[in-house]
Design a binder for this molecule. Structure first.
Ligand code: ADP
Ligand code: MG
Length: 677
């Protein structure tokens, strides 16, 4: 029987259950997946001269054995030394602990050796002997514990042997012509079995475009489906909305006014809204969301706000209630979290269903199966990267297709947001409320902890409050608690005149709440915490943030933490206590000291590392790209986006013959894509 692209990899010889499972973990299910599982680099087996090779470079030399292999033994260890003549240059090759190689080597024989070159000594520390007959590039695949790179290479070869020439083109002809992209079969051939680096490069270029293009096509189709699903125009009460804005205790910033306008226009429009609101910490996203929620309510619908943690949900519920109350607007705002007593929960669910609750605030509890709204018009998702696609689509099920407003304080360079949030429109609040004082950031070493303490004491003496944050120690909650507890005890001793509180993940919910309330009410002056204070907590009287072992946090996280202070009138401080060991670690902390602009930081962060980390790919439900690099190949990604957009805008695009392979592929893989988290 002949092999087909959609066959499972188990159709290949040598793939049993175990190997199939290992391949599945790499995302390889079908033969097609395997053939589009590209090498991440190539080992160069081409002819190289020692004089063209850098010191310390890994290289393969092909030459003629010029002196016999001599084995010297030292107990269990051994060295095998031979001379190798490479086009009139002679080098010394040493194999460590591989005495058997001597048996296979004779003077005058042509061999190829892969190893690390030492230029000063004209010597190669050999890693392995490679077959001298190969003169191409050896593909190296990303592998795992369960399946070796070499195994993957063999399987690709086996599959390709049967399917060579049979791959349909997913990228339409007109785009291949326009961007000089390879035919799919050549792309596969060159990416897996290149004769030289030019072929490898061309193969990968086409593969990367294909990958970006497919990704963008999916986003466009999701977007189309989303809009087709039917939003309804929201007839909100304009007067009432303006009244709320008028009665706020402050004037909205120009940026806030702009995004409120964008959101209201979307809501009023018949199209379904799917919008991302990006704004730095403290830029005032919450009030913008409140205005959108109020507009929804004036149109006779309900609004929901989902927060990533219970603490935040509570805080949101309280501040919303307060905001409407101060504006003299009568609304029913309720909190729905998993911590509710059964009776309370039942009552709230009933009132949601009969429409008596206008605005509900909660955590994941809001998207549970037994939650039915009377008429949900808007769902606001705070810190959206913590909500997967699944939760979002959950809201849409059951005929409910509320407008979606996602808020994030994780600044993403505008250009990058097209990958992360390609299916959403983006609104940006790029301005802080007037009168905010710059947060002063400094870095101290562990030895200078006393200086940090002195600064904290000075702030406390002025009546301000302080945060002290310790890092989460990965994979050990016990260590976390130990670490944070130690710091807590130390500060209790150092600050006898103040109340110090301890907040960590192990604490019971009630205790957490009591403590947070105590901190808000200034009964607790110093809050020692693991990263749970990371997002959104609003205590304007806090003026100093001490971050211990700051080098163990990500840049975005540090920036978030810093945003906990500087929320009121006080001049505020962030002190990073750390002794970073690597240049990268030093650079990151320096970036933070240098700037308080979240977008600039995000850009620096992006340059310091790859894009994947920043986007938090796993959480955002964004697939990681196999070949393409959204940072390095940004231009290509942008072009892929434009081309996908213009393709789906063509009428009947999906009936054109040239697009059939693409249409088939998309429909085959779309279901999978929608539910990948
Ligand atoms: P974000 O959620 O974007 O981090 P918040 O919405 O929590 O920011 O707002 C931070 C603080 O700034 C809140 O105390 C809020 O009341 C206040 N605030 C919001 N908008 C303005 C404004 N235009 N002028 C003054 N203060 C504002
Ligand atoms: Mg917020």
């Amino acid at each position: 029987m002949s092999l087909a692209l959609e066959d499972p990899v188990s159709a290949l010889s040598g793939v049993g259950e175990k190997r199939q499972a290992a391949l599945r973990d790499l995302g390889i299910f079908t033969i097609e997946d395997l053939l589009t599982y590209y090498p991440f680099r190539y080992e160069d087996l081409g002819a190289r001269r020692p004089s063209e090779t850098l010191d310390g470079e890994k290289v393969t030399f092909k030459g003629v054995v010029s002196t016999p292999a001599v084995v010297r033994r030292f107990g269990k260890r051994s060295q095998t030394v031979l001379g190798l003549l490479i086009d009139r240059e002679n080098i010394r090759v040493t194999f460590f602990n591989q005495p058997w190689v001597a048996k296979n080597i004779e003077v005058g024989q042509e061999v190829a050796v892969y190893g690390t070159y030492n230029a000063a000594k004209a010597a190669l520390s050999a890693i392995k002997l490679v077959p001298a007959t190969t003169d191409a590039l050896d593909p190296i695949y990303p592998a795992s514990k369960g399946v070796k790179a070499k195994t993957i290479a063999d399987l690709v070869e086996q599959a390709w042997g049967q399917l060579r020439g049979q791959m349909p083109n997913l990228v339409p002809q007109h785009l291949r012509d326009k961007y000089r992209l390879l035919d799919k079969n050549q792309q596969i051939e060159w990416a897996h079995f290149p004769k030289d680096s030019a072929e490898a490069k061309a193969g990968r270029r086409s593969a990367a475009f294909e990958e970006f293009f497919i990704f963008q096509m999916r986003l466009q189709l999701i977007k189309q489906a989303d809009q087709a699903f039917g939003g309804q125009p929201l007839h909100y009460d304009k007067e009432a909305v303006f009244t709320l804005i008028d009665r706020l205790p402050y004037e909205l910033t120009a940026a806030q006014k702009r995004v409120v306008g964008e959101i209201l226009a979307d809501q009023h429009d018949g199209r379904h809204m799917n919008r991302l609101l990006q704004g730095d910490v403290g830029s005032g996203k919450t009030v913008v969301a409140a205005i959108a929620m109020y507009a929804t309510v004036t149109a006779g619908c309900q609004a929901a706000l989902m927060a990533p943690t219970e603490i935040l949900a509570q805080q949101h519920a309280k501040s919303l209630a307060k905001l409407f109350d101060q504006a003299g607007i009568d609304l029913r705002v309720e909190l729905l979290t998993s911590g509710l007593k059964a009776g309370q929960r039942r009552q709230i669910l009933a009132d949601l269903t009969n429409g008596e609750i206008d605005i509900v605030v909660g955590t994941h509890a809001l998207v549970q199966d037994d939650v039915y709204f009377h008429h949900l018009g808007l769902a606001v998702i705070d810190e959206q990267h913590r909500f997967g696609v699944k939760q979002r689509s959950k809201l849409r099920e059951g005929g409910m297709n509320p407008d979606i407003l996602a808020m994030t304080a994780t600044p993403i360079p505008r250009t990058l947001s097209i990958t992360a949030y390609g299916e959403m429109e983006v609104s940006v609040i790029d301005e802080l409320p007037a009168g905010r004082k710059q947060i002063m950031t400094s870095q101290l070493s562990q030895r200078q902890f006393d200086q940090a303490l002195a600064l904290m004491k000075a702030e406390l003496a002025k009546g301000a409050q302080a945060y002290v944050v310790t890092p989460l120690i990965e994979e050990s909650e016990t260590l976390d608690v130990q670490n944070v507890t130690e710091v807590y005890q130390r500060l209790q001793v150092a600050l006898p005149d103040y109340t110090v509180g301890l907040l960590h993940g192990r604490l019971k919910k009630d205790d957490k709440d009591t403590l947070m309330q105590g901190f808000k009410d200034n009964q607790v002056q110093v809050l020692v915490a693991t990263t749970v204070v990371e997002v959104g907590v609003d205590v304007p009287n806090a003026s100093i943030m001490l971050i211990l072992d700051a080098d163990r946090f990500g840049l975005a996280q540090l920036h978030q933490l810093r945003g906990r202070v500087g929320r009121g009138d006080r001049q505020s401080y962030t002190v990073l206590v750390a002794d970073p060991k690597t240049d990268y670690g030093k650079e990151r902390l320096k970036a933070l000291v240098d700037t308080t602009d979240g977008f600039e930081l995000a850009q620096r962060d992006l340059e310091l590392r790859g894009a994947g980390d920043i986007l938090g790919t796993k959480q955002s439900g964004m697939p990681e790209f196999q070949v393409g690099d959204p940072v390095k190949d940004l231009t290509m990604l942008t072009i892929a986006q434009q081309e996908a957009l213009s393709l789906v805008r063509e009428s009947e695009w999906d009936n054109q013959v040239d697009n059939q392979p693409l249409v088939n592929y998309l429909s085959k893989t779309m279901a999978q894509f929608r539910h990948f988290d």
